[in-house]
Design a protein around this ligand. Structure first.
Ligand code: IMP
Ligand code: MG
Length: 179
């Protein structure tokens, strides 16, 4: 195990099982529809790649960048959003795929923007949910796992751009970000 990881919360195997279940539920809910899966970069990239392959409905991909953290372990309270390749959301059934619903600022910002742009529906799939940290009222429609108020990394999630490639999800040792 990486020496900066205090504890492994979810192993590669348990993540794969859960992603399978989420894919099956999403496939059922979107039967007969085409969905536009929007990957919130960079944290959700690994989850997105695994999840879309477990969805049997037709899926269109889109990628956006949103960040409320910068190189810190606390949210700045607002989300900076940019779209690498513009895409049409008008009339589409959008599924926002995010790594963590934390304060909820990023997701509620994004949902508002998509609804304003004329999306027919906007649902949220978050791999992790930290409800204790919520600052705005928003609930993901699909959640992989609930987590405590701890800083986690791996399976796409970073601290200052490190640890994204760990195959499991672990708690980052406090000594890494507390001087
Ligand atoms: P929110 O806008 O506060 O909900 O922030 C959500 C974003 O913060 C997530 O997409 C993550 O990128 C980041 N984030 C929140 N908690 C953690 C964590 O424990 N580890 C890594 N990134 C996190
Ligand atoms: Mg993120």
């Amino acid at each position: 195990m990486n020496e900066s990881i205090a504890e492994i919360l979810f192993s590669e195997e348990s993540i794969a099982r859960r992603v399978n279940e989420l894919g099956a539920r999403i496939s059922r809910d979107y039967r007969g529809k085409k969905l536009t899966a929007v990957c919130v970069l960079k944290g959700a990239a690994v989850f997105f790649a695994d999840l879309v392959r477990k969805i049997s409905a037709p899926v269109e991909f889109a990628f956006i960048t949103a960040s409320s953290y910068g190189a810190a372990a606390v949210s700045k309270g607002e989300a900076e959003v940019s779209v690498p390749a513009p895409f049409e959301v008008c009339g589409k059934d959008v599924l926002l795929v995010e790594d963590i619903a934390d304060t909820g600022v990023t997701l509620s910002c994004l949902r508002e923007r998509f609804l304003k742009s004329g999306a027919r529906s906007v649902k949220i799939c978050a791999l992790l949910n930290k409800p204790s940290r919520r600052r705005v009222k928003i609930e993901p429609d699909y959640v992989g796992f609930e987590v405590e108020d701890e800083f986690v990394v791996g399976y796409g999630m970073d601290f200052a751009e490190d640890y994204r490639n760990l195959p499991y999800i672990g708690v980052l040792s406090r000594s890494v970000y507390e001087e």
